[in-house]
Ligand binder design. Structure first.
Ligand code: NAD
Ligand code: ZN
Length: 401
């Protein structure tokens, strides 16, 4: 479905109504009949300590949905939470990039966010849950990503539900959840939906500068899952002049496979300036537009030097506070007249664009599913975290076997 067909206002209103409604009359819920009495989750009980626990699965209400988890991507944010608890939510069940099958559905839950019928057996993903009203949910529905009134499964402190994150055998989706039916996507595609929505949003932000065109020379700095998916999005838009920088040859090889014109391993150069001179020569003065996808402050500082005068930059790389980055406002910003945008997560509409993007990527044969390089079971999640921290592979995933 094209994003233009979706009325964002309608979507947000629907979620807000669901949150604000008084309790509905109880009525029968549908289930597939094979739900066990108890199930396991991986609970983060302390720093770097994921423990598999078993809990009774509570009876769902008429506004809730019970999902049997098939898998969930492991994200850099999970690793941050695992190592440092920056969100102060321990104990919790992590995992926000998940997907699974509806096994029980409350009588009041009839359709997904797009108005598609929702039934037992459907494959689903979720986006954020709006938990209340503020200026963004009330007056700026296409800026709900900036609202503080949101919760996300996989970053909620443990409570009586227990099944609050996708690192488990089941998850309970509460009233007001944003559920999307995605039966036509493969499991790997579904596990990549959430990070893909981050990159779709970044590209939407970049488009507002008016600088992203067919022949734009685009730099993607940082070839982790975010940078590589972003490159895939650019390819589906017909952007062919893509320059990729990373320090890891496996990731750069994947960038090439996705279609990067040139790749640069910054470790192969004696200095940043040596790499810069090569890129400036190659692009005839610098790239037209750059996406900063590293999370490394020094990279956020130096990227300006690679952009031509009159060019643009989208800063995506900092979901967490990794410290300050300095620039020279005269050389880097004013004299070049750089158009700079920041990008913060996604809106519900970005999810719709993301589903469309994934179908297009498949349609033109891009290696999207290949970005999922590692799979771990529920009792192997400590190892999954370690693999992620060592930047082995690309997208590490938890998969229920
Ligand atoms: N803006 C948002 O809403 C949002 C959402 C999700 C993630 N993020 C951020 O996006 C960033 C990337 O996410 P990811 O999952 O791909 O992380 P990642 O750590 O897997 O990838 C980062 C990549 O940057 C490379 N890198 C490091 N220093 C570099 C340098 N100087 N030049 C070029 N490349 C360099 C690393 O080798 C790595 O491959 C993270 O820092 C995360 O916080 C932002
Ligand atoms: Zn994530």
């Amino acid at each position: 479905m094209d994003v233009n067909q979706v009325d964002i206002q309608q979507i947000v209103t629907k979620v807000m109504m669901a949150i604000n409604e008084d309790g509905q009359m109880a009525s029968a819920s549908a289930s597939c009949g094979t739900v066990p009495g108890s199930a396991k989750v991986a609970l983060l009980t302390g720093l770097e300590k994921l423990e598999v626990k078993s809990y009774d699965i509570p009876e769902i209400t008429d506004d809730e949905v019970l999902v049997k988890v098939e898998g969930c991507g492991v994200c850099g944010t999970d690793v941050h939470e695992y190592k440092n608890d920056p969100f102060n939510v321990i104990p919790l069940v992590l995992g926000h990039e998940g997907s699974g099958t509806v096994v029980k559905i409350g009588a009041n839950v009839k359709e997904d966010m797009l108005g598609q019928e929702l039934n037992v057996g459907d494959k689903v993903v979720t986006s954020v849950t709006l938990t209340g009203e503020d200026e963004f949910t009330r007056f700026k529905p296409n800026k709900t990503n900036l609202s503080n009134e949101m919760a996300i499964y996989g970053l909620m402190t443990d409570d009586n539900y227990h099944f609050n994150g996708w690192f488990g055998e089941y998850i309970i989706l509460r009233k007001g959840s944003s559920i999307f039916r995605v039966n036509d996507l493969s499991l790997k595609e579904r596990l990549l939906v959430e990070p893909a929505a981050v990159t779709v949003h970044a590209v939407e932000r970049a488009k507002t500068t008016g600088l992203l065109k067919f022949d734009t020379k685009v730099l993607v700095q940082g070839c982790g899952p975010i940078g590589l998916i972003l490159m895939t999005v650019l390819r589906t838009m017909g952007i062919e002049n893509i320059y990729a920088i990373d320090g890891d040859n496996k990731r750069l090889a994947m960038a090439k496979k996705i279609g990067a014109t040139e790749t640069f391993n910054f470790k192969d150069y004696s200095s940043f300036d040596a790499m810069k001179d090569t890129l400036i020569d190659m692009t005839g003065g610098g790239v037209d537009f750059a996406f900063q996808c590293t999370g490394v402050p020094s990279a956020a500082s130096s990227i300006y030097k690679l952009i031509r005068r009159g060019g643009g930059l989208c800063e995506v790389g900092f979901f967490v506070d990794n410290g300050d980055a300095t620039i020279n406002p005269h050389h880097d910003l004013c004299s070049k007249e750089i158009t700079l945008v920041g990008s913060w997560v996604y809106t519900f509409a970005d999810y719709v664009t993301t589903f469309d993007f994934i179908r297009r990527a498949k349609g033109i044969g891009l290696p999207f599913e290949e970005l999922v390089t590692h799979e771990f079971g529920l009792d192997e999640l400590n190892e999954a975290m370690a693999v992620n921290m060592r930047l082995e592979g690309i997208k590490v995933a938890f998969v229920n076997r």
